[in-house]
Design a protein around this ligand. Structure first.
Ligand SMILES: [Zn+2]
Length: 270
């Protein structure tokens, strides 16, 4: 047992060193993704034009119902290289939210089968409306469970089965490429923050090869569920400046890049 532990330790040190040497595209030391949930209208009216102006790509987690009337804009967003991903049909979170209580809905009162069907229905609608095939999922409210108490179950395995990755929310850490689980990619909340607060957050969160995912909702005025459009523009300019060391890409692209690097280094080590 002791020998095995020692061997594992040596192997992990070796592979860590091999991995430490790699860099993200453009010699970047860190990766960062900008993501937006719910397919809110201000994302189409304000967010997408801003990203397009600066030629950067974002990840958008779509509730199909929210796309109604904006189908063409979302279809174009996908065509232009933004990531179109899945955010479920019913957007179930804990029923403690008043807007869900009023509808007698909540994660506490459904089962895994309901969640699986809900995600699949959204997937089909998104494909029909945008002609894009989502490869990622963002857990509504960042919550990953169904049921109550001893009967609580995680629906992370469903997401792991249906998608390349799942993204949570309101987390407190960046993703460590040597460790993270693609089915639970961690994301910071970027809503309601000034540019300086966003930079402070990024500075605190980054470590060697860290992948920082930011997630927000409306784009316009600063608010509880809204990122200030000026702060977002300043942030984009900061992240695009190569001297700051970031590779800015969609969640799907960064995840794919890291997974390929890990696979390569794994096969090199054996
Ligand atoms: Zn949402």
């Amino acid at each position: 047992m002791k020998i095995q532990t020692a061997l594992c330790f040596i192997i992990s040190i070796c592979s860590f060193q091999a991995l430490s040497a790699w860099q993200y595209p453009n010699n970047a030391r860190f990766a960062i993704s900008l993501s937006f949930d719910d397919a809110r209208r201000s994302q189409v009216d304000v967010g997408l034009p801003l990203l397009d102006k600066h030629k950067v790509k974002g990840s958008f987690y779509i509730m199909p119902e929210q796309m109604i009337g904006y189908e063409k804009a979302w279809k174009n967003a996908g065509k232009n290289g933004h990531e179109i991903a899945n955010h479920s049909q019913s957007h179930l979170c804990t029923g403690n939210f008043r807007w869900l209580r009023k509808q007698d809905k909540g994660l506490e009162q459904v089962d895994l089968n309901f969640i699986a069907q809900d995600i699949k229905a959204a997937q089909q609608d998104i494909i029909n409306l945008t002609k894009q095939q989502p490869t990622g999922f963002a857990y509504p409210c960042g919550q990953t469970f169904v049921g109550r108490g001893k009967a609580v179950k995680s629906y992370v395995p469903i997401v792991a089965k249906l998608f390349d990755y799942g993204r949570t929310w309101n987390d407190e850490t960046a993703n460590d490429p040597y460790y993270y689980d693609p089915a639970q990619i961690r994301a910071f909340n970027m809503d309601g923050k000034t540019f300086n607060e966003l930079i402070a957050l990024i500075e605190q969160a980054k470590f060697d090869n860290a992948w920082i995912v930011l997630a927000g909702h409306e784009v316009g005025e600063k608010g509880l569920y809204s990122i200030d459009v000026r702060a977002l523009e300043q942030l984009i300019l900061y992240l695009k400046d190569p001297s700051n060391g970031f590779w800015l890409a969609t969640v799907a692209d960064v995840n794919r890049y890291i997974q390929e690097r890990l696979k390569q280094s794994h096969s090199n080590n054996h």
